[in-house]
Design a protein around this ligand. Structure first.
Ligand code: AMP
Ligand code: ZN
Length: 116
């Protein structure tokens, strides 16, 4: 666990977040500042600062698991035909503000392409 990491605290149950999903490796909870009607964060309990760090560590199984949990949550929450988008911001230059790997699961409005 990294010191002073908000998502380490959430995944350890130290904050009063409403968990939508949890297992031994992954938690999911609503984004505190949603940018879409559905905006869920899917987060590994293990601390990796970035996607690139998790890949460099060879944690492919966990990376696959995060995507699988995101898709399963989308299915359960939105129905099997719903459109949704998953986003990972890797590094501050790409908009990452919390430096603990997380997937944004977004749905419920139109999403422009290319993204902003
Ligand atoms: P990113 O910019 O990709 O690093 O995304 C970080 C996201 O975490 C932002 O959408 C924030 O609104 C969200 N966030 C920050 N702190 C919390 C928190 N305590 N609970 C839920 N979401 C949070
Ligand atoms: Zn962390």
């Amino acid at each position: 666990m990294a010191e002073q990491c908000i998502f380490c605290d959430v995944s350890a149950g130290k904050l009063d977040s409403q968990l939508l999903y949890q297992d031994e490796e992954v938690v999911a909870f609503p984004d505190i500042r949603p940018i879409a009607p559905t905006h869920v964060l899917v987060v590994p309990k293990r601390h990796y600062a970035t996607l690139a760090d998790a890949a460099a560590a060879g944690d492919d199984r966990l990376l696959g698991r995060l995507l699988s949990v995101a898709a399963t949550l989308a299915h359960q929450k939105l129905g099997e035909d719903a459109g949704f988008r998953v986003v990972i911001n890797n590094g501050a230059a790409a908009g990452q503000t919390v430096h603990h790997l997380h997937i944004h699961l977004l749905s419920g409005r139109h999403f422009a392409w290319p993204p902003g």
